[in-house]
Design a protein around this ligand. Sequence first.
Ligand SMILES: Nc1ncnc2c1ncn2[C@@H]1O[C@H](COP(=O)(O)OP(=O)(O)OP(=O)(O)O)[C@@H](O)[C@H]1O
Ligand SMILES: [Mg+2]
Length: 454
Amino acid sequence: MTKQTPPRVLVVDDEPSVGMIFHRILGEVGYEVISASNGAECLRVLRKEDVQLVFLDLQMPGMDGVQTFKKIRETHSKLPVIIMTAFQTVNSAVETMKLGALDYLIKPLEADKLNAVVRQALDVSKMSSTVVPSVSVAGEESDVDMMAKSPEMQKVMALVKKVAPTEVPVLILGESGTGKEVTARTVHRLSKRAKKPFVVVDCAALPESIIESELFGYEKGAFTGADNSRAGKFEQANSGTLFLDEIGNLSLPIQAKLLRFLQEPRIERLGARKGPIKLDVRILAATNADLEKVVAAGTFREDLYHRLKVFVVELPALRQRGPEDLDALIVGLVDGFRRQLGKPRLSVASETLGLLKAYRWPGNVRELQNALRSATLLADDVVLPEHLPMSIRSARPAMETQTFFAGLDDVIRKVEREHIETVLKKNSHDLTKTAHELGLDVATLEEKIKNLAL
Ligand SMILES: Nc1ncnc2c1ncn2[C@@H]1O[C@H](COP(=O)(O)OP(=O)(O)OP(=O)(O)O)[C@@H](O)[C@H]1O
Ligand SMILES: [Mg+2]
């Protein structure tokens, strides 16, 4: 059996219980957690150990979180760092986000949120080659209401409502961030199994040795290190729903076992001495891969594909949905962050809305959520264009909008270009003075100069 090093997470907090919480939550899903109780210790650990992700408390005696963060950046320019903050110190989190921290978490920590943030962080830092055995049993609190206002999403909802009460396996397809997991949860929630467990297994990049025991469980002594017997995810999902995420990544032998299960719902734990266990589990699966291509490439079983594609729900990309969806998602997300951040007067400037609507959203709803999370954190009361990630501010408008507004766009560009040129000349090309006069910050001005080819 192959043995891979699990991703290593460093938790920096002067409160020892925090390290223990991380140990319990992340240890359970296969991460290695090491702790440091202050900034100096954090830097010492980073000098010696290979770490993939850091959780950093803001308020610590001695070197505080912001100072520690700056020090980390001196030696580790790309290491993802997530700030942990209390409600009262959310403003300092702003400072670290501006310095390049990846995300922030507000204490007290919630297991579901923590798992999601870790998964995403390791994704973002392109750690996809590392083993990320993310397996979580979801609770009621993570059930989001699925927003579906556009005609495209109304069609999806109609399918979901139709298939939910049945026992049919469902294959959910869609680009990354389109809401495949939310859809799976919605199917479960609208099914007769709603009060029973909903178990998620992320099949991405899991080596066979781990996924097999995760899915099917094992008996004591089945392999070195199996000190106890353990029920697998299939058993945990008994009488409920098992959601196999990124199913395109399952190895062929596990695909064979899954197919067998779909034909006859029984499993056998690894190293089982007794016969198979009969189960009652509804299977939902998702992937952002083109399964037909994967089948053609020979890494996905054709018979399993046919079995799964009996009922397919295909999620359109955000840019393919009617504008109602984007509007409603923005309103819903900003509402949520307004409450979460305790900023009751938070609103979005119309210029910002314009940028959000013109963007193509290659990362779909997840990207929108991330953009609004950081923007609402950086904003005081009004979310301005400068609070948006650079990729969104500087993107060319989406194809459709571009053609539609081509004339107007060009006029605006021309006027803007001329005006900036005049003010620049007047101030002898002093950027600070010019920016001040134009009511921009220097970075925004520099960007405009670049974009307008001044
Ligand atoms: N229709 C929707 N209404 C409300 N929230 C949504 C909707 N679709 C997606 N989201 C939110 O966007 C985020 C991404 O959704 P989800 O995790 O379901 O996408 P996914 O397709 O599984 O993405 P990935 O491929 O990255 O795993 C989640 O936080 C989810 O709550
Ligand atoms: Mg997903």
